[in-house]
Design a protein around this ligand. Structure first.
Ligand code: HEM
Ligand SMILES: *[C@@H]1O[C@H](CO)[C@@H](O)[C@H](O)[C@H]1NC(C)=O
Ligand SMILES: *[C@@H]1O[C@H](CO)[C@@H](O)[C@H](O)[C@H]1NC(C)=O
Ligand SMILES: *[C@@H]1O[C@H](CO)[C@@H](O)[C@H](O)[C@H]1NC(C)=O
Ligand SMILES: *[C@@H]1O[C@H](CO)[C@@H](O)[C@H](O)[C@H]1NC(C)=O
Ligand SMILES: *[C@@H]1O[C@H](CO)[C@@H](O)[C@H](O)[C@H]1NC(C)=O
Ligand SMILES: *[C@@H]1O[C@H](CO)[C@@H](O)[C@H](O)[C@H]1NC(C)=O
Ligand SMILES: *[C@@H]1O[C@H](CO)[C@@H](O)[C@H](O)[C@H]1NC(C)=O
Ligand SMILES: *[C@@H]1O[C@H](CO)[C@@H](O)[C@H](O)[C@H]1NC(C)=O
Ligand SMILES: *[C@@H]1O[C@H](CO)[C@@H](O)[C@H](O)[C@H]1NC(C)=O
Ligand SMILES: *[C@@H]1O[C@H](CO)[C@@H](O)[C@H](O)[C@H]1NC(C)=O
Ligand SMILES: *[C@@H]1O[C@H](CO)[C@@H](O)[C@H](O)[C@H]1NC(C)=O
Length: 345
């Protein structure tokens, strides 16, 4: 009898586990377990923004880089003692910023409700709060993500789009994340904010081809300005940066698209949106209609925030966003330098 009962409960549990895992994200996931979670994150982001408004761009990009590599599981936040985690990869190091803001938000949340709110959700909330602080745009973020335990430097370049990508490569990269070509154009509008290091566009302003020094799809006047700012061979570690949206560099608006029409796109990948008529008709539309872009931007941000998420009993709720919880399962990064079932390299 007792054995039958035990078997029955086990069976019940086994049938329920996939259901729990399959549970999607929900707006207000922490309503009961940590009601102040979202406002604590908002306060941390607002405080950091008051000191340095650049953190808004940093946090939006951090969420994007998290979601495109292993899904939105906060893998981008993990530190590696051997510099082998995602944040050490070329597209992230040293340009990603906002890690300290996530730490501050996490500390505030842990003080209220320990071990409840995931780092992946904090990052999604922080990106939303950054959008609200820089634009006239607010939206609700479905939550319930859980944190992964793997962060692998080699997975970054194959999963993220690069600034030298052409239209086909951009469309294909986003398609690999189940995002449409239109959503790619919409999300590229995030380049309405923030900065870039010289290395991301140097190839457009020096020795572009044997016959032309400068990319002909870049405004000549803008190219001269960029040459003044960025000497030849400037390394990616140089502190020199330049605004991504020349027109309104600190506002989340549609001026990025207006800039593209004036050949002011900073990257090959930005200006590439005009090389295909399907994509360029969207650019024209968004340049004219800001509200149309904003609506589509927040929808696309929510969709991006759902890429390959861990839910239910998958993953864990990290105590510290930079390290996996002790006793955790396999990871490609080591948190202690010792080998507690952890493959370090
Ligand atoms: C479409 C393909 C994309 C490419 C090729 C790309 C590439 C880049 C590169 C190279 C930088 C400059 C990094 C540096 O040198 O400092 C950058 C900055 C930025 N990207 Fe993208 N990105 C893309 C899409 C996105 C998306 C989808 C988002 C977010 C939704 C985003 C948000 C940002 C932001 C906010 C910055 C400024 C970061 C800062 O100021 O710290 N990007 N991007
Ligand atoms: C949490 O509360 C908000 C606001 O009342 C509501 O919109 C949302 O559906 C709630 N979510 C859950 C999962 O209870
Ligand atoms: C303020 O911003 C600067 C960078 O702009 C950063 O070095 C510093 O740590 C920030 N201070 C606080 C208190 O967040
Ligand atoms: C990791 O990178 C930092 C600089 O970002 C450097 O100071 C440190 O020596 C590196 N550690 C290893 C083990 O390579
Ligand atoms: C903010 O957005 C709302 C609705 O999208 C719009 O009606 C309003 O004019 C906008 N305000 C500003 C200052 O752009
Ligand atoms: C885009 O780049 C890929 C990879 O370099 C190349 O194979 C393809 O021909 C390019 N497409 C266009 C339209 O330039
Ligand atoms: C895209 O959708 C397919 C089919 O639903 C799914 O198997 C795949 O895991 C999804 N990929 C991502 C990156 O979400
Ligand atoms: C560009 O080409 C010239 C002549 O071929 C060369 O001297 C120079 O070093 C090159 N610059 C870069 C950044 O490769
Ligand atoms: C460009 O110059 C390099 C070396 O100067 C040469 O090897 C290459 O064939 C040239 N390419 C074209 C398209 O002329
Ligand atoms: C840039 O690098 C090239 C070779 O990569 C070198 O020939 C040239 O002298 C460098 N230019 C500067 C200004 O350092
Ligand atoms: C433009 O992009 C769309 C969307 O990816 C694609 O279907 C179409 O074939 C492209 N057109 C050209 C001329 O490359
Ligand atoms: C890291 O990712 C690469 C590329 O997917 C893979 O070949 C490698 O095995 C991974 N490393 C570890 C330790 O899992």
């Amino acid at each position: 009898m007792a054995l039958a009962m035990k078997l029955f409960s086990l069976l019940l549990l086994l049938t329920l586990i996939p259901l729990i895992n399959a549970a999607g994200l929900k707006v207000g996931f922490y309503n009961k377990t940590c009601a102040s979670a979202e406002s604590l994150v908002q306060q941390a982001v607002a405080a950091a923004f008051a000191n340095d408004s650049g953190v808004a761009a940093g946090l939006i990009r951090l969420h994007f880089h998290d979601c495109f590599v292993r899904g939105c599981d906060a893998s981008v936040l993990l530190d590696s003692p051997t510099n082998q985690s995602e944040k050490d990869a070329i597209p992230n190091n040293p340009s990603l910023r906002g890690f300290e803001v996530v730490d501050a938000a996490k500390a505030a949340v842990e003080a209220q409700c320990p071990n409840v709110v995931s780092c992946a959700d904090i990052l999604a909330f922080a990106a939303r709060d950054s959008v609200a602080l820089t634009g006239n745009v607010t939206y609700q973020v479905p939550s319930g993500r859980r944190d992964g335990s793997v962060s692998n430097i080699s997975e970054v370049i194959p999963n993220l789009p690069g600034p030298s990508f052409n239209a086909t490569q951009l469309v294909d990269n986003f398609a690999s994340k189940n995002l449409t070509a239109a959503e790619m154009v919409v999300l590229s509008g995030a380049h309405t904010l923030g900065r870039s290091h010289c290395s991301s566009f140097l190839a457009r302003i020096y020795n572009f081809t044997n016959t032309t020094q400068v990319d002909p799809t870049l405004s000549e006047a803008y190219a001269s300005l960029l040459q003044t700012r960025c000497p030849q061979n400037t390394s990616r570690f140089s502190p020199i940066t330049t605004a991504m949206d020349l027109i309104t560099p600190t506002l989340l608006d549609n001026k990025y698209y207006v800039g593209l029409e004036l050949s002011l796109g900073l990257f090959t990948s930005d200006q590439a949106l005009l090389t295909n008529s399907t994509l360029s008709s969207l650019v024209t539309k968004f340049a004219k209609h800001q509200e149309d872009w904003e609506k589509r931007f927040i929808k696309a941000m929510v969709k991006m925030g759902k890429i390959e998420v861990l839910t239910g009993t998958q993953g864990e709720i990290r105590a510290n966003c930079r390290v996996v919880n002790s006793g955790s399962t396999t990871t490609t990064i080591s948190t202690t330098g010792s080998s507690d079932g952890v493959a370090s390299y």
